[in-house]
Design a protein around this ligand. Structure first.
Ligand code: CO
Length: 134
């Protein structure tokens, strides 16, 4: 069902510092920051030849990554995102196999304007999994 690794997301307490690390020290191509109020985050993508790294900074009250950063004050790996062809078919199969889809279960548009869903980390080896229809 899952295809390519679309991105690995890292929550960061200081987006400017993280951009400087990736752009100036690691020499990567980095996109300008993008606010995603629906998701409560500001994102920057680091474009690598084979995948992307998504840097996440909390945006607004009740950001879903605020608690994560409270527990991991210097930041840390937050989720991984796999590509799927059909997000509704993927969701229905996951639910019928007993996996928990977070939120309402209806896909929201993610950082690339494509529909995404998140799966409960306890169902996937302690890792928050995002699926994105490409
Ligand atoms: Co993501």
């Amino acid at each position: 069902m899952i295809g390519r690794l679309n991105h690995v997301a890292i929550a960061v307490p200081d987006l400017d510092a993280a951009v400087r690390q990736y752009r100036d020290i690691l020499g990567a191509n980095v996109t300008p920051p993008l606010d995603l109020p629906d998701h409560g985050v500001t994102t920057v993508f680091v474009n690598l030849p084979n995948t992307k790294i998504e840097l996440l900074l909390p945006l607004g009250e009740g950001s879903p990554i605020a608690k994560f950063l409270d527990k991991n004050p210097s930041g840390g790996m937050h989720h991984i995102c796999y590509e799927v062809d059909d997000i509704f078919a993927a969701r229905d199969k996951l639910i019928s196999d007993g996996a928990r889809v977070l939120g309402s279960g209806e896909p929201k548009n993610g950082a690339h304007g494509k529909p995404v869903l998140f799966l409960h980390p306890k169902d996937f080896s302690g890792t928050l999994v995002e699926i994105e229809q490409v």
